[in-house]
Design a protein around this ligand. Structure first.
Ligand code: AMP
Length: 341
């Protein structure tokens, strides 16, 4: 019997609840300090307590996971706390494609995959000297929006960069990626691609609440002008959203192009959950500035199903449950190798 394992953080509760609902054994790799939290939930069958998540590479952890035929579900915490090399060296089967996580973490590779998917990507700005209009400077890796800032000129950029260097958040320009800022409605599009069914499912869309850029909008411009301050885009939470129905066809097409481009660039392709993240501009055109090649925390809003999963399933289907269902199906037909790496 196969079981589902994940790290204790991010969307672990959703993933393990979904696995339990599908009748699978659940295992949580938890930091000792979080044991008290996770013990509250009956659907977690077994906990492996660690001091640091890197211990999933150790023999002790791997032996337990192997004994349980565990499939490890990667999420944002795995990416934030382990290096690409470490992730690639995980011997426990990883749900989806662990090789594509490198493409998520590296800005250059990320841009390449998005362009190959024929997504509209905001223009990258190769040097601070070339800043001609409003840009956003973003840190590499899964910084979660902390230390990102807006700049409208080279001078403005240098001033803010120097403050971040002083604060120890970055070392210098090489830690930053500059991109044109697109104004509009932010939307985070959640998908699931099943290699077993060869089908793409659109699962939901969410909004992110980012601090403290959102707070800035609540302050009158007179006060804003007098502030010597750097905004930040630190994600605090998510809320649900539905799209105009006329936008849906393009949403599916973007997802499908992403799946086929990934298949060409990073074998075996984009299997399982992923998210395309961007902005709808005033003409309803979607500009993608980011993707996540694994489950996103925004799916936590829909533990009971989303407006879009309701159209596909007759039971409340969370992303976590959808993952477990794919694992169960693959195990039944002895094709676990098709959905894991
Ligand atoms: P990212 O790390 O690329 O997901 O960016 C974090 C946040 O910065 C996003 O959720 C957006 O609020 C904002 N952001 C990033 N890139 C852009 C862009 N090109 N235009 C407008 N907002 C952006």
């Amino acid at each position: 019997m196969v079981s589902v394992a994940t790290l204790g953080s991010h969307c672990a509760l959703q993933v393990l609840k979904g696995a339990k609902d599908e009748g699978l054994k659940t295992i949580l790799v938890s930091e000792k300090k979080r044991e008290r939290l996770y013990k509250r939930f009956d659907f977690i069958d077994e906990m492996i307590l660690v001091d640091s998540f890197e211990e999933i590479l150790d023999k002790k952890c791997t032996t337990i996971l192997n004994k349980n035929n565990a499939v490890l579900i990667p999420h944002g915490t795995l990416i934030a706390q382990m290096s690409t090399k470490q992730i690639e060296s995980i011997t426990t089967p990883v749900f989806g494609n662990k090789w594509i996580l490198r493409w998520e973490s590296d800005r250059k590779l990320k841009e390449q995959l998005m362009i190959e998917s024929k997504l509209n990507v905001p223009q990258a700005v190769s040097s601070p000297k070339k800043i001609k209009r409003l840009v956003i400077a973003k840190r590499h890796g899964a910084a979660g929006g902390k230390g990102y800032f807006l700049a409208s000129s080279e001078k403005d950029y240098i001033k803010k960069r120097n403050i971040l260097v002083k604060q120890g958040l970055i070392k210098g320009d090489s830690d930053l990626y500059i991109q044109e800022y697109v104004m509009g409605v932010l939307a985070y599009l959640q998908f699931f691609y099943s290699p077993l069914k060869n089908e793409l499912e659109f699962f939901g869309v969410d909004k992110r609440h980012e601090s403290d850029i959102e707070g800035l909008a609540r302050i009158p411009s007179q006060q804003q002008l007098g502030m010597d301050y750097i905004s930040s885009f630190n994600v605090i939470g998510n809320s649900p959203m539905v799209l105009r129905e006329s936008l849906l066809d393009e949403v599916y097409q973007m997802g499908e192009r992403f799946v086929s481009a990934s298949r060409r660039l990073v074998k075996p392709g984009m299997n399982g959950p992923f998210c395309i993240e961007g902005v709808y501009d005033q003409d309803g055109k979607f500009w993608s500035f980011e993707f996540s090649a694994r489950i996103v925390a925004g799916t936590n809003i829909y533990m009971d199903g989303s407006p879009y999963s309701t159209l596909l399933y007759d039971i409340p289907m969370s992303m976590g449950r959808r993952i477990a269902r794919e694992i169960k199906q693959a195990a039944k037909i002895k094709k676990l190798d098709k959905i894991t790496t």
